[in-house]
Structure formats: structure tokens, C-alpha cells
Design a protein around this ligand. Sequence first.
Ligand SMILES: Cc1cc2nc3c(=O)[nH]c(=O)nc-3n(C[C@H](O)[C@H](O)[C@H](O)COP(=O)(O)OP(=O)(O)OC[C@H]3O[C@@H](n4cnc5c(N)ncnc54)[C@H](O)[C@@H]3O)c2cc1C
Length: 543
Amino acid sequence: METSPILVAARAAIDEAVAAAKKTMNGGKGIDDHQVHAERIAYAATEVAAAEALQTYAAERRAAGAGDATLDKMAAAFAGEIAAKLTATIDAHEADFGLPAGVFDKTLRAPAVRDAVRAAQHESALREIGREVIRTRGANNGYIDGDIAEMARDSARQFARKDVAPLAEHIHRHDDLIPDSILGAMRDLGYFGMSVPEQYGGQGMGNLAMIVITEELSCASLAAAGSLITRPEILTKALLKGGTEAQKQQWLPPVAAGELMVGISVTEPDTGSDVASVRCRAERGEQGGEAGFFISGAKAWCTFAGRADVLALLARTNPDVKLGAKGLSLFIVPKPAFDGHEFETKQPGGGTLHGKADRTPGYRGMHSFTLAFDRWFVPAANLIGESAGEGKGFYLQMAGFAAGRLQTGGRASGVAQAALETTATYAAERKQFGKPIGEFQLTQHKLGRMATHLAASRQLTYAAARKMDENESIVLEPSMAKLFACDVAVWVTQEGQLIHGGWGYAEEFAISRYVVDAQVLPIFEGVKPILELKVIARNLLAA
Ligand SMILES: Cc1cc2nc3c(=O)[nH]c(=O)nc-3n(C[C@H](O)[C@H](O)[C@H](O)COP(=O)(O)OP(=O)(O)OC[C@H]3O[C@@H](n4cnc5c(N)ncnc54)[C@H](O)[C@@H]3O)c2cc1C
């Protein structure tokens, strides 16, 4: 398969930059002494990987005799854009990059590469892409390998557009809870058990199918459907990795069937990114003759905690804070389900749990709660891994988060897709200065870049999903997909809002919801700077 000279040069440059940073940062151990440069490397490596994923996809379509001129232009334009950016970044920080002599000149600064970069991202190519986006109203009918994934996309699209989209605006504007009609339909479609193996009652459909379904649901609404699968997904992966056989048999079938709604409770009011410092305590004890743990402490930002029947909760089982991550364990904490924005509940043995949702500008429908636990009893059998799982909670949680991040790549692509479609339609219909605004060069150029970035983030996410199907333990690829797709979603929604002008700020227009929904994406499941430094850079630079 042919490779673009631009990407050959970008790959060679970034590989040399990573090799140099490995030395400067001592195999990743010295990242905190070079955070700014580590972030540059993490981001540039992610962009190169995204460009390669899009290029591979376009080349595969050509090889299959189904080449697409617009897709080829997108792949070339995106490669050109990231190569130009990488060239400027290395140029501005040459000493930090520390490339061996001659590498820069022989790769990104080689005259043939510079010419190719200029041609590939010429504004006329992007305007042509933009015109095609307007003509097709931004529709995403790209080929997906695998019949299962294609069928999954079709049926999810039908459900999302017919049953979710009509409710999305009302749920957002009234900050309602996701209605049972959506939960019930998703149950019937088997969406809560997509990553649960068939032996435990799931669909076992694999990561790619899960991503395309998530994308379609998120295109209709990030909060009212697209994010519902993330929670069971995280708990499922943690149980598969560290649960006992009895725990898998007890919890996975009802999770897969959507009989148990799940919340994930890691973050605390004073502890976010520094997960190893979680303070919520789980103390061994006994209630009514049953051995178990008493949970006490505060948790924050626990999404869907009201409606959830169980929380996957990370707590400190060893009071010695010096143990850090090694003192943490992961529990499945049952609780009654509530519909409102606040609840208080008491166990017969006296334990209490209070929850209050924090108001947010977007991502409404699931509600994210601050929780206060006071001697809330959990049976010992609910410690994931039982006694062997004590002290392993951090690692199980991180395994769950890797899957959650992959899924968030799909969520982000769905939100960006929604913004692209509505903006392409608006550009075709809105007239100013006597013609549709989509006939102006700058609008076409903007839509061309939006579609190109989205295509790259989608292919990066699909590539990560395929890789995760082969090896569930990978961390780097899903993290890169999450990082890039979330940034693309933020940027594409904001560009879409500008193209809507003042109406883009009106609640009646869906683009205003997409903007506020997208903004949460780079925050959760590893806020962007932490994802870049502590996950992507650390994995890239590991010796
Ligand atoms: C709507 C919403 C829903 C959420 N849902 C859930 C959920 O269901 N379950 C759950 O457990 N959590 C959830 N979260 C929490 C989310 O995962 C955290 O907000 C996130 O992990 C960041 O933690 P923090 O907010 O405490 O930020 P902090 O950790 O305080 O970080 C803030 C900023 O400080 C800087 N910073 C921190 N440490 C470093 C460092 N070492 N180096 C350089 N810079 C640094 C970075 O700029 C970072 O962005 C949700 C959050 C939101 C907003």
C-alpha cells in the first residue's frame, strides 16, 4: 500500500523526537521536569497517528476498488495540516526537540515534502471537500469493515434518530432524567451488554461495534443515550480483569441485560486526577452477622448516581496513605434508584447515603452527583476480586478507564458528527448577501476542515478499537483516540456554532447543545493535561 511522503516524513520526525525525549526524560521518569515538552510530544504523536489512520483507511478503500476522491483529499489535507503544524512546532522549539543533525532537513523540511504539504492543504482542496459536505449534508456513510459493525451502525442510527433525537432537546433544556422509554429500548437492543462475553449473558460484539453504536447514540444525544454504555463498560472490564468467577456470574448478566444501572465513583471533592490519593474509606466490619465493609467519605461528580442501582466505587481499604494506590480497592455498592436531583437513603443497620446533583451547562440527562457516605454497609463479597482484590482497586479501575476512553472517542465522534450535519444543512439553507452562506469560500473551507478532522478522529478511534479487540490491555491507542476525538468535538461544535451566527447561541438550535455537551469530553476519564502527560507521554516514552 502506498504511503504519503508527507506522512513518511512526519513519522520519521516524530519517532526521532520521541527517541530524543526518552533520553531527556529518562524513559518517562522525568516527565514532570519537562511537562511542556512532554505534552508537545504526546499531542504531535497523536496527530501523526490520526493522519496515518485516515491515510490507511483511504488507501484501503482504493485497494478494494472503492476509492473516493473526497476521502483522498481529506487524507492528504489532514496529513498536510499536521505536518505543517509539526514543522512549525519543531522549528519554534528546536533545542527541546533535540533531533539528530540533518533529520529535520531530510524529513519535514525537505523541499519535496514542503511542496507536498502546500499542495495537500491548499485552500481550494479544502473548499472542494466543504462543498461535498454541504451537498451530502455531512452524512456519514463511510465503509466500516466487518458486517457486524455495519449492521450495528444501521440499527443504532435508526433507533437514535427515531427514538432519542426527538427527546434530546427537551431533556437538555429541562435537565430531565433519561426517560425509561430510552432505557427500555436500549435494554431490548442489548446495548448494555455489548462488551460482556456471551457466556455471561452479553452480546460479545467487540469494541468496533460498540464504538459505532456509541457514535450513533451520541450523535442524537451525548447525555440522553450516548453515555449510557460507558458505565457498564467500565465495570464490565474491571470485573473481567479482576473479579472472581462467582462475581462475574452474579453481576455481569444483570448488567448486560440492563437490569442494573451502573455509576462509577472515583473522583472526590479534593481528589481528581491524583486517583492514588483517594480518601473515601472502606473499613472492615460486620452487620447482622455478615462480614463486610463500612464506606465513609465524600465522592464527587458521580454521573447517573441517582438512577444507578450499583456504584463501582474506589475506596481506601488500608488507612496508611503512604501506600497510595496500593491501599485502594474497588467495590460494587448497591443502592436504591432515585429519579430526582437529590436523594437521601438509610440502611436498616444505620448507614446513610446522601446525593445531590451539581448543575452543569451541558451533559444533562444523567446528572452528576456529589455523594456523602456514612458507614454505608457493603458485603465482603462485593469487593471486586474478594480478599485477593484488596489493594488492587486502582489497577482494576485503570483497566476499566482504558475501555471507557476508547468509548469516549466514539462519543466525541458522534457529537462532532451531529454538529457537522446540522451545520452543513444550515449553510445550505441560510442566505446572506443574496446567497446561501455555504456558497462563500470561507464557509466551504471551514466545513472542509471540520469534516477532515472528524474523519481523522473517527479513523483513529476505529483503529484503536480494532487493536483493543486483539489485545484488551492496550492503553496508548485508546488514550490517543480519546484525546484527539474530544478536542475535535470541541472545535467542530464551536466552528459549527459560528457558522450558525447568532442562532448558534439560541437553545432552539441543536448546535448550542452540542457546544456545551462537547466541552465536558476533554475533562472526564482523565482531564486532557493528565491524559497527555501521565498516560500518553508516559507510555510513549517508556524505555
Ligand atoms: C460532567 C462530569 C461528569 C463526571 N463524571 C464522573 C463519574 O461518573 N465518575 C467519576 O469518578 N468522575 C467523574 N467526573 C470527574 C472527572 O473525571 C474529573 O473532573 C477529572 O478526572 C479531573 O479531576 P478534577 O476535576 O479534580 O481536576 P484536577 O485533578 O484538580 O485537575 C485540574 C487541572 O489541574 C492541572 N493539573 C492537575 N494535576 C496536574 C499535574 N500533575 N501536572 C500538570 N497539571 C496538573 C491540569 O490542568 C488539570 O486540568 C466527571 C466530571 C464532570 C465534569
